[in-house]
Design a protein around this ligand. Sequence first.
Ligand code: M6R
Length: 369
Amino acid sequence: EKDGYASFMLKEIAEQPRAVADTLLGRVAEDGTLRLDEARVRPEVLREARKVVVVACGTAFHAGLIAKYAIEHWARVPCEVELASEFRYRDPILDHRTLVVAISQSGETMDTLMALRHAREQGAHVLAICNTNGSTIPRESDAVLYTHAGPEVAVASTKAFLTQLVACYLVALYLGQARGSTDGAEIRAAVRELARVPDALERTLATMEPVRDLARDLADKRTVLFLGRHVGYPVALEGALKLKELAYMHAEGFAAGELKHGPIALVEPGLPVVVVVPSPSGHRLLHDKIVSNIQEIRARGARTVVVAEEGDESVVPYADHLVRVPAVPPLLQPLVATVPLQVFACALATGRGNDVDQPRNLAKSVTVE
Ligand code: M6R
């Protein structure tokens, strides 16, 4: 079943272009408008929601963090993102004008299920984003948008994450369409860009050899830090989570803007720091700020691994290792920038002799609290 791959994880990483394409399939009409009627979100909920609350765990939570940027941008609705395990024990302020989005690959994660029950009891409308047909979370939700990643066997989530991102972008655009906060031309442009992502992913996957070499090189390190800004911040968190769960290494993701507020004290000679650089064509100031962050950590001896868009020459002098990803619109960058971090964690774990499909102490779906 591994189709010649050494692990399910490698197979699932390679399947990402198809998974993304399948998740887009049938969801855009000929005229470029979004057709998510299958999800069955009531039109008045789309139009009148005063707030969106995303609940999820682990990697799905990172997808939710990225959803916030897209929802604020396209739908212009306030959006909160919550760890399901925290949300359910708080006293959140919800009502019938709250749209709760529960993201789960398996559809069986207990904390996410409890969070959505908690939300429904208070009258909120729940939309599930889920990869498993007929599982508990979609069954208990008011509406569901399925991701079409196909079965994900490896414990570490890869292709499901990318398809969760696609679903989140679609929901943000759908809300923008229903509320009139994004015009048709912008929706069509965004959808066209999404349709190009599978190709961009193929290109990314074809250039991963240096990432594997680098991982072998770093296999005996104790700590790796990850930095990002804007949508690159959750990507940094995801890169760190992958490394923890697969390589059993200490890894942490930070918002690069927080460096000076503490984390820079961790930097010492030889420490590998992976930096996800935002597109220079997006928010220029943000891009330039992260380039100066790279300079700062390098001046303190960090070994910089820089993930940057093709053609971004400004990072070249400060990158000990440069990983290129194709240029995509700034909000969509996580779709391509996550891939090298998955490959990195997988190769590093393999180099340490770990079983990447069944990491120690972990289960594919966490059905206990
Ligand atoms: O099935 P779910 O998406 O609800 O699972 C959530 C997390 O348990 C899951 O993403 C976990 O963090 C993965 N092992 C990450 O690779």
